[in-house]
Design a protein around this ligand. Structure first.
Ligand SMILES: NC(=O)C1=CN([C@@H]2O[C@H](COP(=O)(O)OP(=O)(O)OC[C@H]3O[C@@H](n4cnc5c(N)ncnc54)[C@H](O)[C@@H]3O)[C@@H](O)[C@H]2O)C=CC1
Ligand SMILES: O=C(O)C(=O)COP(=O)(O)O
Length: 630
């Protein structure tokens, strides 16, 4: 694996560190000055002009140093600051710098005074750091730089590298055009545009390879690295307009994320799923067997909602694909909408509103009632049902509930033994049963007839739960005095035209599946689900997975982690450990979680391993998926 002859030439600013050091120095030295912002802006502008090669580098340096008004004493503070600003993937790959120390060089147009102490911690000695040096006056003020240094001149890096006369293949890793020119001049063999901190078009355009982090660089060169597969190679496809924070959270962690506003049809998804490692959906997208069969790289499906029956959970499991959802993030939003709708329906607010919008003043108390003292029947006493129970009591309703499971009654809520009991006594019936397909037509003609005359029905659960024909008939006949419906048997994939039998009926509130669509809920989901996804991809954790044995793993440093997903048949563990023993691997820790169909075993190893072991582990009969984490 070790290429003895290869040399690695790193840029410093915005490559090894996340920042341009002189910008940081400016922030420090200009503190408290009235025109600070202006000067910092100017320094950044000059820095960029220099980096992109639009003004000569010497010129850029001169102008900046003048504006800086820095002193020798400021440099200690700067170094301290830079220590906390090492690029994330550089920091996590210290091992590479240790192992290849002799072959690593820094060529920078920055200054040795702050570069040396930083890169020293990465085993790069001062003699392999090529950079400018400051000139100070007697008081220690920085007044200039050593103009004889080639690095103070335009394209000085070319000259510097030439003088070094390095043997073997020379690879340059940097973010700027000044790094690329070494390759253009033919002195370096390859240029890697390093975009972890800043993406400079000019550098990327000319690169042999754009590397969004050091992991990618190490992967391409097959060098030792902290994670076995660079995160930027992990593709995440987020459908159905999930909150932009999800995009931010996942991109921040280094993944390649694509956002699509709408849901996709099965055919479209089959087309798009190829090469995708993580799929994010909401309630609309159907993850069917055909979709799964087309998914050649899929590791995780994230449902950015509560419901998961749009996903073939078992088939996902059989393919080793873990599914997460957000079981609580939008609960409160649904509950608040239910409370609002109960009041709106009982007061006939929508008919009054429609009349007045049409120019009709109709002040009347008929069919307008308080909710206080009325019976609320909650069907499905789960997370939503229970929270609704508490809030409804707080506004004076008498709560009854029905659930197939035994559920503890909260507050003064009263459990009904049968659905019929509940339907018989409720002034408002609200549905919060889960999205299990067995709940299809749960409320049909018979159940509607069991309701009190003039009662109201709310459905915020799933469209297929209510027989819409029967509901519209009950409303038209006056059996029911109103309804609020948020979910429909057929819902469009994108915003646009929509038709339902319920349209135009009086005292019927129709909403387009927005029970969980609040800014707060969507924001919460955009944190919750990506955290689960990242936890699985980065560490192998499956806590809260809906279709997979749950396991929380200890964090490992300086270890290798193998994830092995297999059918739960006798003897697999023995086979795995036999292979590990054959390759003389020392096991640091091993964790197993199973259900009746599937086994998930995680093995931590404490030393380098022969890559052949991976092939051998993959070959074990009944293996579903195998992944090396780091
Ligand atoms: N409109 C919207 O935007 C949203 C809709 N939902 C839907 O709300 C529903 C409830 O969500 P959660 O309370 O979080 O679910 P949950 O799983 O916590 O509660 C569901 C409850 O329904 C009960 N249940 C299931 N089938 C039943 C049946 N046939 N008869 C009586 N009880 C039954 C279960 O035992 C459970 O207690 C789900 O269908 C979910 O998809 C959730 C969020 C937003
Ligand atoms: O959370 C759920 O189950 C919902 O029904 C909300 O779905 P949505 O994310 O709005 O498509």
């Amino acid at each position: 694996m070790t290429e003895v002859a290869r040399k690695y030439v790193f840029d410093f600013d915005s490559t090894l560190t996340r920042v341009e050091a002189l910008d940081v120095l400016a922030e420090m030295t200009l503190q408290g000055k009235p025109n600070r912002e202006e000067i910092i802006g100017e320094i950044q502008r000059i820095t960029n002009l220099g980096i992109d090669g639009d003004i000569s580098f010497t010129e850029s340096l001169e102008q900046r140093i003048k504006l800086l008004e820095a002193h020798k004493d400021d440099l200690d503070g700067l170094v301290e600051e830079l220590r906390h600003k090492i690029s994330k993937s550089i920091e996590s790959n210290k091992e590479f710098f240790e192992k290849f120390s002799d072959d690593i060089y820094v060529i920078s147009c920055g200054f040795k005074e702050f570069i040396d102490p930083i890169v020293k911690e990465y085993n790069i000695p001062s003699e392999r750091v090529f950079a400018n040096t400051f000139e100070f006056d007697e008081q220690g003020n920085i007044i200039g730089f050593d103009e004889k240094n080639v690095l103070a001149t335009h394209n000085g890096k070319i000259e510097c590298l030439k003088n070094l006369d390095l043997k073997g293949e020379v690879q340059v890793i940097g973010d700027g055009y000044s790094d690329y020119v070494m390759r253009e001049a033919g002195i370096a063999d390859k240029f890697f545009a390093y975009t972890e901190n800043v993406h400079r078009e000019k550098a990327a355009e000319h690169a042999d390879h754009v590397t969004p982090n050091l992991d990618e660089f190490l992967f391409v060169n097959d060098l030792p690295r902290n994670i076995s597969y660079p995160k930027n190679r992990i593709k995440i496809l987020l459908l159905e307009n999930v909150h932009p924070a999800a995009f931010h959270n996942l991109s921040e962690d280094g993944f390649s994320v694509e956002l699509v506003k709408t849901s996709l049809s099965e055919e479209e998804l089959i087309e798009r799923i190829k090469g995708v490692h993580v799929l994010g959906i909401r309630s609309k997208t159907q993850v069917t067997q055909k979709v799964m069969d087309a998914a050649d790289k899929l590791l995780v499906v994230g449902a950015f909602c509560i419901g998961t029956t749009q996903i073939d959970l078992n088939y996902c499991k059989s393919k080793g694909v873990v599914v997460f959802n957000a079981p609580y993030s939008n609960t409160r939003s649904v509950v608040e909408l239910a409370i609002g709708e109960i009041i709106m329906l009982m007061r006939s607010v929508f008919p009054r509103s429609t009349e007045i919008h049409g120019g009709q003043w109709n002040k009347t108390a008929s069919n307008s009632r308080e909710v206080r003292g009325k019976n609320l029947g909650i069907v499905g006493y789960g997370n939503i049902g229970k929270q609704l129970s508490v809030l409804a009591e707080a506004i004076g309703m008498r709560v009854y509930y029905y659930d197939i499971d035994d559920k503890l009654a909260l507050g003064n809520a009263v459990r009904c033994e049968t659905l019929e009991n509940l339907l018989n006594i409720s002034d408002v019936v609200t549905l919060h049963i889960d999205d299990n397909k067995a709940n299809k037509d749960f409320i049909g003609e018979r159940e509607l007839n069991q309701m009190k005359d003039g009662a109201m029905l709310i459905n915020l659960s799933r469209g297929f739960v209510v027989d819409i024909d029967a509901l519209s008939a009950a409303l038209e006949s006056g059996k029911l005095a109103g309804a609020a419906v948020d979910v429909y048997p057929e819902e469009p994939r994108a915003n646009g035209e929509f038709h339902s039998k319920l349209q135009g009926l009086p005292n019927v509130i129709l909403t387009p599946h927005v029970g969980g669509s609040t800014e707060e809920a969507q924001r919460n989901i955009a944190d919750f689900v990506p955290n689960k996804i990242m936890d699985y991809i980065n560490s192998g954790n499956t806590v809260d997975a809906v279709n997979f044995p749950n396991i929380r793993l200890p964090k490992q440093t300086n270890a290798h982690r193998f994830l092995h997903i297999h059918k739960n048949v006798p003897g697999i563990m023995a086979k795995i450990n036999k292979v590990l023993a054959e390759y003389e691997l020392n096991i640091n820790g091993q964790y197993l979680s199973t259900d009746s169909e599937l086994g998930y075993v995680i093995t931590d190893l404490d030393k380098e391993y022969n890559k052949e072991v991976i092939k051998a582990l993959r070959k074990i009969e009944n293996t579903i998926k195998f992944r090396v984490l780091y």
